[in-house]
Design a binder for this molecule. Structure first.
Ligand SMILES: *Cc1c(COP(=O)(O)O)cnc(C)c1O
Length: 370
């Protein structure tokens, strides 16, 4: 929770996350939960706890410090830090807390060499087409040599990341990355390095069985997003359940007469006499100002369109014709009941973004667990 003073609550159904985990695991066999960014806004320790109860032993987070927080929660046997060590403090922490850092460049090997200590398992990250982080196939000989000179450092995992796994039209690129990764693994094996391999993310789990390898990294689908929603492959993600809903309180309900305008800049003019509710959520609560005039909330099971500009801590919605709306009642920014329910995909569309960002941002609010 990073936004302490507001009326917004993210309601997380951990049973949905367990359901999604089982569904993904049944598809691919060895799905490692990705719980970086506070479990995509769902709560690092809480998510790890319920998944550990389901048998998950290995988890992936971002920074080494995040890995240490997960280690301290006591719920994870193996913790992978996807971003790897950035400085000596990270190296120290990784060694002390038995965290498995990803290594993506030679400078990180220098960091390890400068601070020998307890034996350390590492994951080698390879770039097979994302062009973001990672060693390349050409680096293998030099990398193998460097690793030999680092006693105690064991390459236990080798990973790569897919750039287009959730785009059916670009599946050829994912397959190409798969072939490049196979070449990397062969080159490593030729030098006696045989780590456990992983390239599949959520979309890879659902659409690329040939890329499941030793383990998979399940992120957004764990939280209920079907990466193929709206594509011809949508059936692959059927049955996933969105675990997050977000509600706030209604501050005021009042009339807006035909011809009157509402909120900053007067961007909305009432075409008829209306009833508006002022919901206690705005961009300071991670309800983006970009949602002005385009989003909707769910109020008493019905859809209440956002009117005019989203303010810092308030947003006006049209509740004309909705029964029983009063100050102190609930307005759902995400989720809710009935026909007015706001799906994460819909909200992401209005936001001009993806559900990943919706979850990470709204998850900064206080959370409640169902
Ligand atoms: C975030 C992340 C994942 C999970 O991806 P999803 O698309 O959310 O399943 C997997 N691997 C790496 C390296 C990541 O950073």
């Amino acid at each position: 929770m990073a936004i302490p003073w507001n009326k917004v609550t993210a309601v997380i159904d951990l049973a949905d996350i367990v359901h999604n985990y089982k569904l993904l695991n049944a598809r691919s066999g060895n799905a490692v939960p990705v719980v970086k960014a506070d479990a995509y806004g769902h709560g690092l320790a809480q998510v790890a706890q319920v998944l550990a109860q389901e048998g998950a032993e290995t988890f992936a987070v971002g920074t080494v410090e995040e890995a240490q927080a997960l280690r301290a929660s006591g719920h994870a046997r193996n913790v992978l830090a996807l971003l790897g060590p950035v400085d000596q403090a990270d190296v120290r922490l990784a060694r002390e807390a038995r965290i498995v850092p990803f290594l993506h460049c030679f400078e990180q090997l220098d960091l390890l060499a400068a601070q020998p200590g307890a034996p350390l398992e590492v994951a080698l990250k390879f770039d097979t087409g994302m062009r973001r982080l990672g060693f390349t196939l050409e680096d293998v000989p030099a990398l193998a040599q460097r690793l030999e000179a680092l006693p105690g450092v064991k390459a236990a995992y080798v990973c790569s990341h897919l750039a287009t796994a959730d785009e059916p039209a670009a599946h050829d690129y994912a397959r190409e990355q798969g072939r490049e990764f196979a070449a990397v693994r062969e080159a490593l094996a030729a030098r006696g390095i045989r780590p456990r391999a992983s390239i599949a993310n959520s979309a890879g789990i659902l659409a690329h069985p040939e890329l499941h390898l030793d383990f998979q990294r399940a992120g957004v689908a764990l939280y209920g997003t079907n990466p193929f929603q709206g594509t011809p492959l949508a059936h692959l993600g059927e049955g996933l359940r969105t675990a997050m809903q977000v509600r706030t309180k209604i501050l005021s309900v009042h009339a807006l007469k035909a011809g009157q305008t509402i909120s900053y800049g007067r961007t909305y003019t009432a075409e008829r006499d209306m009833t508006v509710a002022i919901a206690a959520a705005g961009y300071a609560d991670a309800y983006s100002r970009g949602l002005s005039g385009r989003a909707g909330m769910c109020v008493n099971g019905r859809r209440a369109p956002v009117l005019g500009r989203v303010c810092m801590q308030m947003t006006a919605v049209d509740v004309s014709g909705i029964e029983g709306v009063a100050p102190g009642g609930d307005a759902w920014l995400l989720g809710g009941e009935g026909k007015g329910r706001v799906s994460a995909e819909e909200l992401a569309g209005w936001w001009g973004s993806i559900t990943y960002e919706v979850f990470c941002m709204l998850g900064l609010n206080r959370r409640e667990y169902a």
